[in-house]
Write a protein that binds this ligand. Structure first.
Ligand code: C2E
Ligand code: CA
Ligand code: CA
Length: 648
């Protein structure tokens, strides 16, 4: 058993502490059976009345009056303190009970002692003495929960009679006195032992209760961050939902730290745990109360918080991003994390916890697929998208075997000579029912599901085989997903493809994106180095769409930069895009790299990028991506035209 579970047990070992723990329920026991107190009061007042009635002496009538008044006052006080127990401290209630109990016991004791002392009628004496002793024994059992009260009452009720008996001095009364004193002694020991049993029983019940509470707390808490875990979240969500105002708006944020695995790999798990705890603290600081916060498997957090409306949820989402991105120190290194967020709102996206969670999960999935470090709110469309994604994912696995995939080739043209310098291999999927599926749709799914590794190797192989049939000066470009590169044996897969196809490694170019260089991953560096050594070249694809740090370009051996088509024909086109193309082209020519303008569709665009300094172009203006035999034909036509030109 973990040591922290033992702590409460040990603290119960001292009997003082045990008594203290049991104090409150024991005080409550004084007030617990009002019926017995009523019986005690009625019988003793009744007995005193009967004695006064029989003896008809002044002092007994006075005694009766006092007993009746004290008894009634005490009953009233008890009823009051019992009903309003919440307003009084246990100490106050104990003191009030003590005063009433002692006063009543004293008047009963004095009445009984008086009967002995004043040599009353033997019947009266018997009634009053029996009344006092009976009461004393009864209460000392009843009030054993507070031994000082029980024994005090017994003593107050018996001692006056015993003293009177000793003073009267005859044999009967002396024996009575001795018996009473022995009775007190015996009752002290009995009351104490009852008290011990009561106290221990109450204390251990208390211990079990605290232990049970602690176990439940542990079962619902994540040890690393102190937030709720999955069980705690379910519980908290159900509770929140049950007590929710019908018009409250609630937002559920599902937060996934981007590439947290790298933090663990680079800095070790203890550091990773610290980072998670730090993030948990920041989330706790910013979530509006009453919020439910939880950590899910690994690096996922959930925040459920009341919000005024969608705009408030959006603000909270950006605050979450800011807090997570705020740099932190890990092993003396500055660490900047990012996160993807999926958000679902109650009641718009669901009215029960399950539906909300599913909606947020789906939204998160879209945030991740859409390039991470962003927030996505749930949309109905997402459910349909997911169904299609699932279908594509399963069908993609069999598509390879069923020959539904093929490789098309799009020429990359020299803008000076208008001659084809290479072809980019682009995968095509002709689905028997769905028709042609676009790589923009199924490549991300292949990446998500891991199929991209097999698929990528197959594509490289096919492309290399076709390229081996082209003239030696024509190269082939193959797109590479980051995940393919990170897979074990990635470089070997490409070398094997080259060897089997019989293609010179210098004729293969791999197109990679900037995201790859940002990761600063040793596997990536080793991959690039190994292939660069045998002559394979690398091109930077989609330049301008990502983080665009020219610094990262410099530190890798790149042979080409491909300026994204959004700079040529998209919304970004203008003076600024022109300036960027010029800058890249200049840097390219300084470093001896080719600069390719993508997506050229018109002659104006071709002229513009050529004027800006690009030396290569690709796009529908020259040709779409075509099947291998058409690519070969394009090359043949070009050669023929050249020959004709040479002959003319
Ligand atoms: P990408 O690498 O930027 O490929 C260029 C895309 O632009 C191709 O789309 C191509 O058909 C299209 N394109 C070429 N010229 C023009 C033009 O003048 N105008 C317009 N509007 N588009 C033009 P595609 O084939 O649909 O591929 C889309 C993306 O899918 C590719 O972008 C690439 O990221 C990925 N992809 C395609 N094939 C593969 C592959 O074999 N492996 C991997 N890993 N990714 C691939
Ligand atoms: Ca490409
Ligand atoms: Ca591209």
């Amino acid at each position: 058993m973990p040591s922290f579970l033992l702590r409460p047990m040990r603290s119960f070992a001292g009997s003082d502490d045990r008594a203290e723990r049991a104090h409150e329920p024991l005080v409550a026991s004084l007030y617990s059976q009002p019926g017995t107190m009523v019986i005690g009061t009625v019988t003793t007042v009744g007995a005193t009345w009967a004695a006064a009635r029989v003896a008809d002496t002044d002092w007994l009538w006075i005694a009766f009056a006092v007993v009746a008044i004290v008894g009634a006052g005490r009953l009233a006080l008890t009823v009051l303190l019992r009903r309003e127990s919440a307003y009084f401290e246990p100490e106050t209630r104990e003191f009030a009970y003590k005063v009433g109990a002692f006063a009543f016991a004293l008047v009963l004791g004095l009445t009984s002692g008086g009967a002995v002392w004043f040599d009353a009628d033997s019947g009266v004496e018997l009634l009053l003495v029996a009344n006092a002793i009976g009461y004393g024994i009864g209460v000392s059992a009843r009030n054993a929960g507070r031994p000082s009260i029980a024994i005090g009452q017994l003593a107050l009720v018996c001692v006056p009679t015993a003293l009177a008996g000793l003073l009267v001095g005859d044999l009967v009364h002396v024996v009575l006195a001795i018996n009473l004193i022995l009775l007190i002694a015996a009752m002290i020991s009995i009351a104490r032992s009852i008290f011990g049993v009561l106290r221990d029983a109450l204390a251990s019940a208390e211990t079990s209760r605290t232990l049970a509470e602690r176990m439940q707390h542990l079962a619902r808490t994540d040890v690393v961050t102190g937030l709720s875990n999955r069980a705690g979240l379910n519980n908290g969500l159900v509770e929140t939902m049950a007590t929710l105002d019908p018009d409250t708006c609630l937002a559920l944020f599902w937060i996934d730290l981007d590439r947290f695995k790298d933090v663990n790999d680079l800095h070790g798990h203890p550091a990773g745990d610290k980072v998670l705890a730090e993030i948990a603290g920041r989330l706790r600081g910013l979530a509006p109360r009453p919020a439910t916060l939880a950590r899910f498997a690994g690096d996922e957090f959930i925040v459920v918080a009341p919000v005024a409306d969608r705009a408030a949820a959006e603000r909270l989402a950006s605050e979450i991003h800011c807090e997570i991105m705020r740099p932190q120190r890990v092993n003396d290194e500055r660490l900047e994390l990012r996160a993807s967020l999926g958000v679902a709102m109650l009641p718009d996206h669901g009215t029960d916890a399950d539906t909300l969670m599913r909606a947020a999960d789906l939204a998160l999935y879209h945030a991740k697929v859409g390039g991470r470090s962003q927030t996505r709110f749930f949309e109905r469309q997402m459910t349909r998208d997911l169904a299609r994604r699932r279908e594509i994912e399963t069908e993609l696995r069999s598509a390879l075997q069923r020959d539904e995939l093929s490789i098309f080739f799009q020429p990359i043209v020299d803008l000076e000579t208008a001659r084809i310098r290479s072809f980019e291999a682009l995968v095509r999927w002709f689905h028997p029912e769905k028709g042609e599926l676009l790589p923009d749709e199924f490549i991300p799914i292949a990446e998500e599901s891991g199929v991209i590794v097999t698929l990528g190797n197959w594509i490289t192989m096919q492309a290399a085989r076709v390229a081996a049939t082209w003239p030696d000066d024509i190269t082939v470009a193959v797109n590479l997903s980051p995940m393919q590169i990170r897979a074990p044996g990635a470089a070997l897969g490409i070398r094997n493809a080259l060897r089997e196809a019989g293609l010179d490694p210098r004729r293969l170019e791999l197109e990679v994106t900037e995201a790859l260089f940002l990761e600063d991953n040793p596997t990536t560096a080793a991959f690039i180095e190994e292939l660069t050594e045998i002559g394979v070249r690398f091109a930077l694809d989609d330049f301008g769409t990502g983080y665009s740090s020219l610094g990262s370009i410099n530190s890798f051996p790149l042979s080409k930069i491909k300026v994204d088509r959004s700079f040529v024909s998209g919304a970004k086109v203008g003076r600024k895009s022109d300036a960027i193309i010029r800058a890249v082209a200049e840097m390219g020519s300084t470093l001896g790299m080719g600069v390719v303008a993508e997506g050229l569709e018109t002659v104006e665009q071709v002229n513009a990028v050529r004027a800006a300094g690009c030396n290569l172009g690709q796009g529908y203006y020259f040709s779409r991506a075509v099947p291998d035999y058409l690519a070969t034909m394009l090359l043949a036509q070009e050669r023929e035209a050249q020959l004709r030109q040479a002959n003319d």
